[in-house]
Ligand binder design. Structure first.
Ligand code: PPS
Length: 290
């Protein structure tokens, strides 16, 4: 498979060359956002696919059948991916354009800050991000191999994995939120009270949901529905890209799975780094580090 083991480095950030080229990355930094756009921002493994599905459902609430035949990555594509230019023309017909990025704010802010584009930042407990990312490295053949969980743990904490430091990513975006039409939501909000979280999100998006519409959205974005649907669970991705014999993209779908992986020593080390990096910012997140 073309470029499967290539890593692109762009503006100091490593990314899989299977999905990105210097050309696609440059194009993303020059992308012209529109006032009607909705941009989903995540660090990898924060629940991107879940939120892509939710955004798509909210904006197609009157005709949920129409979106069941296409995968999430074509409905809410990444602006930095090679394939983005293929999806863009078909998106122009329907507004708003629903977009995704893993980029840090510093690469997009110049084209975002003078628009009214809605930015939805989805964050997840970084301990769960780490565990999910570790498993994804086994599944995705376009990511580097790690010898052990301990090895991956160290690289993640040092910000040496693809897309760099989780801490830098979240601080970068929270640092510019006042300049943007910005909404912060967490994986934990969605897990604990999906009804309330989706209602709050819909209000930010200017979308009124009827009770029946909300019920349908809750059903179609549930882990049980998504993990059984081949267009949503990535099972149709060829084995040369995803080694389906070692795991699933929709793996566990819960908050707190890190507790089964972190040793007491790793946990203490992570907490120290977390406090040093996040400081007072830590107060605004609903996840537990215990
Ligand atoms: S990626 O590769 O960055 O796009 O991955 P991403 O979609 O951000 O993250 C994958 C994790 O999100 C979980 N997920 C869900 N959890 C709960 N409910 C739903 N509907 C859902 N959809 C995806 C998925 O299982 C991955 O988390 P883990 O912890 O590995 O299970």
């Amino acid at each position: 498979m073309d470029r499967i083991k290539v890593t692109e480095v762009f503006e100091g950030i490593s990314m899989p060359g299977h999905l990105h080229t210097q050309e696609s990355l440059n194009a993303a930094t020059n992308f012209q956002f529109q006032d009607t756009d909705v941009l989903l921002v995540t660090f990898p493994k924060s629940g991107t696919t879940w939120m892509q599905q939710i955004l798509s459902l909210i904006f197609n609430k009157e005709d949920l059948q129409s979106i069941q035949n296409t995968p999430t990555w074509t409905r809410v594509p990444w602006v930095e991916h090679i394939s983005f230019s293929d999806y863009l023309p078909q998106m122009e017909a329907s507004k708003p354009r629903l977009l995704t990025t893993h980029f840090p704010a510093r690469l997009l802010i110049h084209n975002l800050k003078n628009t009214k584009a809605r930015v939805v930042y989805l964050a997840r407990n970084p301990k769960d991000v780490l565990v999910s990312y570790y498993h994804f490295h086994k599944l995705a053949k376009f990511l580097p191999d790690f010898s052990s969980f301990e090895d991956f743990f160290d690289q993640f904490l040092e910000g040496k994995v693809n897309f760099g430091s989780w801490f830098n990513h979240i601080k970068d975006w929270l640092g510019v939120q006042q300049e943007l039409n910005f909404f912060l939501i967490t994986y934990e909000d969605l897990s604990q009270d999906p009804r309330q979280a989706i209602q709050n999100l819909s209000t930010f998006l200017g979308q009124q949901l009827e009770p029946k519409e909300l019920e349908n959205i809750l059903h179609y974005c549930s882990f049980s529905f998504m993990s059984q649907n081949d267009l949503l669970n990535y099972s149709l991705i060829p084995p040369v890209i995803f080694d389906h014999s070692v795991g699933k993209f929709l793996r566990k779908g819960v908050a707190g799975n890190w507790k089964e992986y972190f040793s007491p020593e790793q946990n203490a080390r992570f907490n120290n780094v977390y406090q040093a990096e996040m400081g007072d910012l830590a107060l605004q997140f609903p996840w537990s580090l215990d």
